[in-house]
Design a binder for this molecule. Structure first.
Ligand SMILES: [Zn+2]
Length: 163
């Protein structure tokens, strides 16, 4: 190809879905919020609670190329994120992706530890709660009680999975 022709030829039209092409949000199926059924379908029972859909930011639609940027059932991608962090994950910011990976690893370890204590070491839910509450001695009595209830609920959820 002629040098100038090559230099000045515009790139081929993008065959990927164009930014701006909207599709129904695959996480909440267009509702704008994630309910228990969505959580079950996406197998995030141990990580998510019903609420606003962060995948579409509550709009019910996402740009078609969103799916290639963030997995529909990405555990980290929830309302716990700030809008700034949400955008960084979508943009593939390396530090944000690193935080995402670390979070997911911690969660996986947490679940694996509970599973081991409950199913292999035959510990009671209350005893496992105590193990984690050891780290929370500095909390106020109210926060301590709340943490205890959250831990109890969570550990029961993990324990009920394999029965
Ligand atoms: Zn959605």
């Amino acid at each position: 190809m002629n040098f100038f022709k090559r230099l000045f030829t515009k790139s081929e039209p993008d065959t990927q879905p164009r930014a701006g092409t909207l599709i129904k949000c695959p996480r909440c199926l267009g509702k704008g919020h994630v309910d228990k059924e969505d959580i079950r379908r996406l197998e995030q029972e141990l990580s998510w609670n019903p609420g606003r859909c962060v995948y579409c930011n509550g709009f019910g639609k996402v740009e078609a190329d969103m799916i290639s940027k963030v997995a529909v059932n990405e555990e980290y991608f929830t309302t716990a994120l700030t809008q700034k962090e949400r955008l960084k994950v979508i943009a593939g910011d390396p530090k944000a992706l690193d935080r995402m990976q670390k979070h997911n690893e911690r969660r996986a370890t947490f679940i694996a530890d509970i599973t081991r204590m409950y199913f292999m070491e035959n510990m009671e839910v209350e005893d496992i709660v105590e193990v984690y509450l050891q780290q929370d001695k500095g909390l106020s009595p109210t926060a301590y009680q709340q943490r205890k209830e959250e831990l109890t609920d969570y550990i029961r959820k993990v324990a009920s999975r394999k029965k």
